[in-house]
Design a protein around this ligand. Structure first.
Ligand SMILES: Nc1ncnc2c1ncn2[C@@H]1O[C@H](COP(=O)(O)OP(=O)(O)OP(=O)(O)O)[C@@H](O)[C@H]1O
Length: 316
């Protein structure tokens, strides 16, 4: 099932580009890894046993970014396949889909959900996870199975194999793909919140980790050019982002609250989880399993000096 509860976190820089950030909706995890949402089934592409069978094989779609962690993800994935097959092959249909470039994971995920996959599992870093999460939505709504009579939902899973893999840190996971596969095999499930951020006049972006604007967002952008240096890429990215940086006024709205103006913002971070930038605990109070946005932080003036935004209890 997918419970979608919207908070409205609308951010708008005054007199400049207009943003609107909307925050958490909720994906209720239903399977294996934490995170899952329900978006039904049908199985034309990801074949399992027929629906009349007493035990239905689950269809798991692994969305692999071969270029993640400067190519390490692709190499590790190949080494992992025999283990994956041995742990899951007897109960599940395993479908591997390699991404060919940015945003491809979004399309793969949408297609898999529409075709009725039981789980879509991101294999890579936070960028890949982010794209897979966005693939669960289309035009502001959860993607649904073509087969409207299907009873099962699609879960979201993760095998963290990226450079930073910061979302997994919040869950206390190591960057150990075998452990992740074991979690999938054990069928561990949890509920995970998802945030929504939208720039005014543009579409929504869903986020599961930390959404950020301005300096830290630029740092993340520049860091992507230096992934070959591992987590050091985030330091290099931050240094580069500082060059020519100017603070900016922001106009924001959180949930159903009033519009507020934040003056001369260096960076603003909205945390659904705690870490970004390869282990920087930027929003320490955030809890992606809380079912609410308590702990959400708007960071003003400096990235390190977080400022709590109004909190609201999620009505679920
Ligand atoms: N085949 C590809 N070639 C180049 N880039 C790709 C390809 N497939 C996906 N991408 C892009 O690579 C980006 C980064 O990948 P990913 O997050 O998996 O690894 P990472 O950046 O090393 O990890 P982290 O984000 O945790 O630091 C993705 O957001 C995606 O846009």
């Amino acid at each position: 099932m997918v419970m979608v509860c919207y908070y409205n976190h609308l951010l708008t820089p005054v007199g400049g580009v207009r943003f609107s950030i909307t925050k958490p909706s909720i994906l209720r995890a239903e399977t294996n890894n934490p995170m899952a949402s329900d978006l039904s089934s049908d199985r034309s592409v990801f074949r399992g046993v027929s629906s009349s069978s007493p035990i239905r094989r689950r269809d798991l779609v692994f969305v692999v970014n071969p270029r993640g962690a400067n190519g390490r993800t692709g190499k590790e994935w190949k080494k992992l396949l025999p283990y994956l097959q041995s742990r899951l092959g007897s109960d599940c249909n395993i479908c591997e889909s390699l991404t060919s470039g940015p945003s491809h994971a979004i399309d793969i995920t949408r297609e898999a959900i529409r075709e009725g996959a039981d789980a879509v599992i991101a294999v890579g870093g936070d960028g890949t996870l982010h794209e897979v999460v966005n693939g669960f939505f289309w035009d502001g709504k959860p993607v649904a199975n073509w087969n409207t009579e299907a009873v099962h939902s699609t879960a979201l899973g993760l095998i963290p194999l990226g450079t930073g893999s910061d979302f997994a840190r919040t869950l206390g996971w190591k960057n150990d793909p075998r452990e992740a596969i074991d979690r999938i095999a054990r069928g561990v499930r949890s509920r995970i919140d998802v945030g929504v951020i939208s720039r005014e006049g543009e579409g929504s972006h869903y986020f599961i980790n930390v959404a950020d604007i301005h300096l830290s967002a630029k740092a993340g952008f520049y860091a992507s050019r230096f992934k070959k240096f591992g987590n050091l890429c985030y330091v290099i990215g931050a240094l580069q982002a500082f060059i020519g940086h100017h603070n900016q006024d922001l106009r924001i709205k959180v949930n159903e609250g009033e519009w507020q103006t934040l003056s001369q913002v260096t960076a603003l971070c909205v945390g659904n989880a705690k870490y970004f930038g390869g282990g920087m605990k930027i929003t320490p109070n955030a809890d992606p399993q809380s079912g609410s946005d308590t702990g959400l932080r708007a960071d003003q003036d400096r990235v390190a000096k977080s400022r709590e935004t109004p909190t609201k209890t999620l009505n679920n």
